[in-house]
Design a protein around this ligand. Structure first.
Ligand SMILES: [Zn+2]
Length: 314
């Protein structure tokens, strides 16, 4: 009998997931024990499936062919679980081909507080994501409309916001204000980056102020919440959208559920901090599956910029 060797990867809460630009592959993990060899027996024919070909869905346990998962924008075809998706893949799925003009791609963090092991972490996540920090920003076209787009990368230190994330987003918003463009920011973040202390916290005020100037010009801002959005990011630009939408199953809050439960000593309601729960309670405006995100954004941008100049400038 043939022996089949699977390599299992589990997705879900990890900060590192495979992307179009693959991160280093972790040491292989064998999902099924190999058939023991029988002493003196005939050498069995073995069919090896190459590493990284299948992914197990953490919700429905289906084994999904990686190519199928990529083609489906990292959404489980069986149960629609939304796997984490790389920032660059996300951009690719939303903008018109060859229209993304990236800004400040080389801006990188410095260890200003001399925080132990911070540099090593920056380097590790830089290698894994091929980014210099946790956000990619640029001007682009979504449908017919020009827009300023910022996409956070959870795989880079949990999408945390330090000085670089704050500065890149602020420059993006300021450019949008100057060019009279709508802003779309797709967040996935654990919050402010503790390794940069107060410098991280200052980004909350900076990004919020830039958005206030943007709003004074009657320009729209759409905040899209994905994966998990907490702390200083949720307490600043992520919750300031004219429209706040989320992907199914996104986790949204300030402090995490365990902290809240321990502090309040109260039982939390089912579905607490999920996008679905928060839609019911009025924090967000809509839940949009990833595959419909582009068409919905086009519709929103058309609606929000109708009659105005936003999005038509070159
Ligand atoms: Zn599934």
């Amino acid at each position: 009998m043939d022996t089949t060797t699977f390599t299992k990867k589990s997705f879900g809460v990890e900060t590192v997931e495979p992307g179009l630009t693959p991160p280093p592959i972790p040491p292989a993990e064998t999902a099924f024990a190999k058939k023991p060899k029988l002493a003196g027996g005939k050498k069995s024919k073995k069919r090896d499936i190459p590493e990284g070909l299948w992914t197990k869905c953490p919700r429905c346990s289906a084994m999904i062919f990686d190519k199928e998962l990529d083609e489906n924008l990292k959404v489980c075809p069986k149960c629609t679980f939304h796997f984490p998706i790389r920032a660059r893949e996300r951009i690719h799925s939303l903008v018109e081909t060859c229209t993304f003009e990236e800004m400040d791609a080389e801006m990188s963090s410095v260890n200003i507080l001399k925080f132990a092991s911070y540099e090593a972490k920056l380097e590790r996540d830089g290698r894994a994501t091929l980014l210099k920090d946790a956000v990619v920003t640029g001007l682009c076209k979504i449908g017919e409309k020009r827009a300023a787009l910022g996409v956070m990368e959870f795989g880079f230190m949990g999408g945390s916001m330090g000085a670089v994330v704050g500065e890149k987003l602020t420059r993006l918003i300021e450019r949008a204000t100057e060019k009279e463009l709508p802003v779309v920011i797709i967040s996935a973040s654990g919050g402010a980056r503790m390794q940069e202390g107060a410098f991280s916290l200052m980004q909350m005020a900076k990004t919020s102020a830039a958005l206030a100037y943007h709003a004074q010009r009657f320009l729209p801002y759409i905040s899209v919440l994905t994966q998990s959005d907490y702390g200083g990011v949720m307490a600043s630009y992520a919750s300031l959208g004219d429209l706040i939408v989320a992907e199914p199953g996104a986790l949204i809050g300030f402090a995490g559920p365990r902290v809240i439960k321990d502090t309040t000593q109260a039982e939390l309601p089912p579905g607490f901090q999920t996008a679905e729960f928060l839609l019911e309670h009025g924090l967000i405006d809509a839940i949009i599956p990833r595959k419909e995100m582009k068409s919905q954004l086009i519709e929103y941008l058309d609606f929000l910029t109708a009659g105005g100049k936003a999005g038509t400038a070159s």
